[in-house]
Design a protein around this ligand. Structure first.
Ligand SMILES: O=C(O)C1CCN(c2ccc(-c3cc(CO)ccc3Cl)cn2)CC1
Length: 324
């Protein structure tokens, strides 16, 4: 049985905060942010929570093809900024779009969440009686960042991206994958800690906000991401030159440049939109994919070969090799 990408959608909240807007609140500058991250602006939700962004992205993807919500058997949301622990964002989205036959759950693999979720969905769909699965990466990072911490608050943005996967006999999108974690370095990027305070204990501290050791993460990514990409390409008897696009998690422009150099592949193969959206964690790859399809750089059913690579909190990282 084969699984392919049938359609893609995204939804970004309307409100834009530019780097200059941030200088009114934080001791930072457009020059610093732009030169160190590549980010020029980010979208910040004011009323919509993660499930609202994911719902709109799902409706966009469904709207582009004639697939009815009841044909969906599986709905996975990758997020590290859920509305709540329960109900899952996926269940709220399932209700909103009336996908009454879909099982629904969230996964948290931070900025690797979307590639992890696609991997899980592909396996589950291939043994499911249903034809379609929705995989959504959605974040309202603006509610988890510490707006007093200029080293992280300027990096993140809100948004959601969605792919509709279809089970069919002939074309096969998912050629290969490698997914990794290293929990021993989990403390390099934490968010939403919940302390053990109960009837018997109290006073245990927990930081609800995102905290990041940028240097540690940078070093981890530079070492692990090129390896993951080479691994997934060569394990499937391909060469890097045969990959049309490398869609990397949009975490930092300098980092993307560094990975392209390590892989000796032209920067044109590493599309970027971090300037517009900031780091939208699990949403960054599906948002980028949707934009590339909108601009015509990537077409579904084109036989183009792409690699999706996520990396971040956990620590987690991983790549998917996809033939469109
Ligand atoms: O001083 C500088 O240049 C700073 C140095 C630190 N920077 C960082 C560091 C790490 C990340 C990052 C975050 C995630 C979480 O999604 C995943 C992957 C990465 Cl690589 C983004 N920016 C910004 C510029």
């Amino acid at each position: 049985v084969k699984v392919r990408i049938h359609s893609v959608g995204k939804y970004i909240p309307e409100k834009i905060l530019t780097n200059d807007d941030l200088t009114e609140w934080l001791d930072t500058s457009d020059e610093w942010i732009t030169s160190r991250t590549g980010i020029k602006q980010r979208h910040i939700s004011t009323t919509e929570n993660t499930s609202d962004l994911c719902t709109e992205a799902a409706l966009k993807a469904l709207g582009k093809v004639k697939v009815k919500a009841e044909e969906i058997g599986l709905l996975i949301v990758a997020t590290m900024s859920p509305d709540a622990h329960s109900p899952s964002v996926a269940c709220t989205v399932q209700s909103n779009i009336h996908a009454k036959n879909a099982m629904a759950f969230d996964i948290n693999a931070a900025c690797s969440g979307f590639v992890y979720a696609c991997s899980v969905a592909e396996k589950m769909l291939s043994v499911s009686p249903y034809q379609y699965a929705l995989v959504i990466g959605g974040e309202v990072m603006s509610k988890v960042v510490d707006w007093k911490d200029r080293s992280t608050a300027v990096l993140f943005g809100d948004g959601a991206g969605c792919v509709l996967l279809e089970k069919n006999e002939n074309t096969h999108s998912f050629i290969g994958e490698n997914l990794h974690a290293d929990g021993s370095r989990g403390s390099s990027l934490t968010s939403g800690e919940v302390a053990v305070n109960n009837l018997l204990t109290s006073g245990n501290k927990a930081n609800p906000h995102l905290q990041m050791n940028g240097r540690d993460i940078f070093d981890f990514v530079i070492r692990s991401v090129p390896k993951s990409i080479i691994e997934v390409v060569e394990a499937n008897q391909l060469q890097l030159e045969e990959i049309d696009y490398f869609l990397l998690h949009q975490a930092n422009a300098r980092l993307i440049k560094a990975v392209s150099k390590k892989l000796k592949q032209p920067i044109e193969k590493f599309p970027q939109n971090i300037d517009q959206y900031g780091n939208t964690s699990a949403a960054s790859i599906p948002i980028l994919l949707d934009e590339l399809i909108e601009h015509g750089d990537i077409q579904l059913n084109s036989n183009q070969t792409i690699v999706l690579t996520g990396f971040g909190g956990g620590l987690t990282w991983g790549s998917l090799l996809i033939k469109l």
